[in-house]
Design a protein around this ligand. Sequence first.
Ligand code: PLP
Length: 430
Amino acid sequence: MTALDDLVGRERAHTVQAYGSREDDPLVLVDADGVEVTTADGRRLLDFSAQTASCAIGYRHPVMLERLRHQLDVAVTSPAHIHRGRVDLSERLWAETRGELTRCWFGVTGSDAIEAALMFARLRPGRWKVVSHYNGYHGSTLGALSAHGIGRMRHGFEPLLPGFVRVQPPDVGHGHFPAGCDVTVAALAQLRHVLLDEDPEQVAAVLVEPIFAGGGVIVPPDAYLRGLRSLCDEFGILLVFDEVVTGIGRTGKMFAYQHSGAVPDLLVLGKGLTSGYQALSAVLLREWADPFGPGAPTRPLHLHTQAGSPMGCAAALATLDVLAEERLVENAAARGGELLAGLESHLRGSPRLVEVRGRGLLVGIELDPHGADAKAVEQRVVRACRDRGLIVYGSSGPYAVVVLHPPLSVTSDHVAAAVDVIAAAIDTLD
Ligand code: PLP
């Protein structure tokens, strides 16, 4: 038995439900640099996953390493008292929203931040229901899971919390709305109907990903997000954007909501916030949506021991500094455009292609399973890419969608190489 087999065997023996460990041939990573990772058996792979869409600035970034080393020397390890990093980071995030979201709550994971956002929205008297969307991915804690739009994540943990209702997103081509109709109009009409049926005065929040990432990179028209804003305003409901994947530059703007002109009341961040170097999440709130602000009807306590940790805040500030210094948000927009265009031109005419879609460096390639199991087809392409030196993910949703979210530091050469590999991998299907 090799040392590698031994590691996989020991993990399977003592670790439950860990990412990747149940795959037939799991990846064991020993190093990473820039946009590449190194496996225990010595392969270098181009990483278009950014390890669950987290590593915004790339691996082994010298600024990040230097800041984290410095923070270790400061030796303040607990967020139980005021520390400079948390103050600086709250101000910085406020500035990144151009002053639109003035308050900040810190958590540890995307799920606990979603949980907090929904709990905060539900603090308003009488408002306890939450409307979310099918195919929305919101995390693994009980409240986040109750809002989850992907059935196979919920199943087994049901019954979940009461008061959670789902609507269809404005998704073209999966049979949820009549062919040829205006999906934005149809989806907003459906939502209005659901709100009226539920009694809008009992609805605390409408929750949406500005791009449904894990669900298969479904991109709602900007007009839909603006329509959500209007409906929430009309009924006094809080609009919550889950930007755990789309935030921190991924879509070519610092936050995806900035494409649409629809400003949420609560904005949830995770993953890329620290580039994955530390565990930190955040909920940004508009002044009036802050349930702990002066004049709020109730001021309960809600906190986690390591939320807003000094190391987490140092990693987030390093991420934001590198994004600005290296113009990586602009790079995400430019390289994302090349990625979409390259895939469209290479895959044009492929009998397997349904659609290439996305924004910035969040791109999905939907495949036609030709009657076979959609997830099996998707996984065959993911595997064929890996065999050719490229890491990509499949989606969590029901369709066959290959999902790309590389570090925002990718170059045009990386993009061109990835496009070639993906086209060759899709060709292996036939
Ligand atoms: N929201 C979105 C959009 C996500 O994709 C995820 C995780 O993939 C989460 C929330 C939950 O984040 P975490 O896994 O850090 O709890």
